[in-house]
Design a protein around this ligand. Structure first.
Ligand SMILES: Nc1nc(=O)c2c([nH]1)NC[C@@H]1CN(c3ccc(C(=O)N[C@@H](CCC(=O)O)C(=O)O)cc3)CN21
Ligand SMILES: CC(C)C(=O)C(=O)O
Ligand SMILES: [Mg+2]
Length: 277
């Protein structure tokens, strides 16, 4: 398994870091088999697998439940787990207790928190307790209500400057990496050059040190709207839809199950039931 220092080395060597989200055992196995560098158990699971309309409804128990399944599927891949909405904004001691529980129960290698400001204290506190932390700046979906929608962030010089300073503060606080979501690619380039720790972009252009995408977006698995920044690398949804329709049709017309899907009883046993009649 790669470690936090391997990711620093990868950045220093200009080797891109590949991250993908996963929410269950089979998706984690596929990711590990493909050799991705990091798996993110994202709170996006609320939207892509639990059917909520935002990540705000996701709980700590939801995150642990899914992260445990991912861990079972990918034992040798660095696993980052999102701390969900509201789980790290109150009492910092409570945030640490929650973080410790998430690490111990799920087997996560690192936790991710959104934002800077007060959250910088949380990053410091967790890192001080020995928990690797990934920061997340730009479009921070847990603040969708405050941001007023899933919009590109850091488009003005002032906002961009603020984001650059926040990224430096996250590094200072001990973050091992920073996710940059939905920001202009030029800003990603500036931030990535300023930081020693890797940036991992989503909707942030090719200049990030790594990329992350949501499993269900890049495989078009699900009927949700796919963000503009995501690319469809396969269409699993189409395969799944065709498969289920084929199954339904075969059952209706009686072509499934066929003889090769059936179990047989020996003639003499069958004869005994009927008593020869
Ligand atoms: N399926 C999925 N993929 C994601 O990448 C993702 C989630 N869900 N849920 C949590 C957050 C929310 N994210 C999102 C969701 C939507 C847009 C979006 O619709 N963006 C607009 C651009 C808006 C603008 O122009 O300012 C787009 O057209 O893609 C962006 C990020 C990223 N994360
Ligand atoms: C979009 C990524 C970065 C994320 O936080 C998630 O999947 O929850
Ligand atoms: Mg998230």
């Amino acid at each position: 398994m790669k470690t936090t220092s391997d990711f620093l080395t990868m950045k220093a060597n200009g080797e891109k870091i590949v991250m993908i989200t996963a929410y269950d055992c089979p998706s984690a196995k596929y990711a590990e088999e493909a050799g991705v560098d990091m798996i993110l158990v994202g709170d996006s699971l609320g939207m892509v697998v639990l059917g909520y309309d935002s990540t705000v409804q996701v709980t700590v128990d939801d995150m642990i439940h899914h992260a445990k399944a991912v861990r079972r599927g990918a034992k040798d891949t660095f696993m980052v787990v999102d701390m969900p909405f509201g789980s790290y904004h109150g009492d910092p001691n409570e945030a640490l207790k929650t973080a410790v529980r998430m690490i111990q129960e799920s087997g996560a290698d690192a936790l991710k928190v959104e934002g800077a400001g007060e959250v910088l204290y949380v990053i410091k506190k967790l890192v001080y307790a020995g928990i690797p932390v990934v920061a997340h700046l730009g479009l921070t979906p847990q603040s969708v209500g405050v941001l007023g929608g899933y919009k590109v962030q850091g488009k003005t010089a002032e906002q961009a400057q603020e984001l650059i300073e926040d990224a430096l503060r996250c590094q200072e606080a001990g973050a091992m990496a920073v996710v940059l979501e939905c920001i202009p690619h030029q800003l990603t380039e500036i931030v990535s050059k300023k930081l020693v720790i890797p940036t991992i972009g989503i909707g942030a252009g090719p200049e990030a040190d790594g990329q992350v995408l949501v499993f269900h977006d890049l495989l078009r698995y699900g009927k949700h709207r796919i963000p503009k920044f995501a690319k469809e690398f396969a269409n699993a949804g189409e395969q799944i839809q065709k498969g289920i329709e084929g199954y339904a049709k075969a059952v209706k017309e009686g072509s499934f199950p066929a003889p090769e899907h059936c179990f047989n009883m020996k003639e003499e046993e069958l004869f005994s039931i009927y008593g020869g009649k």
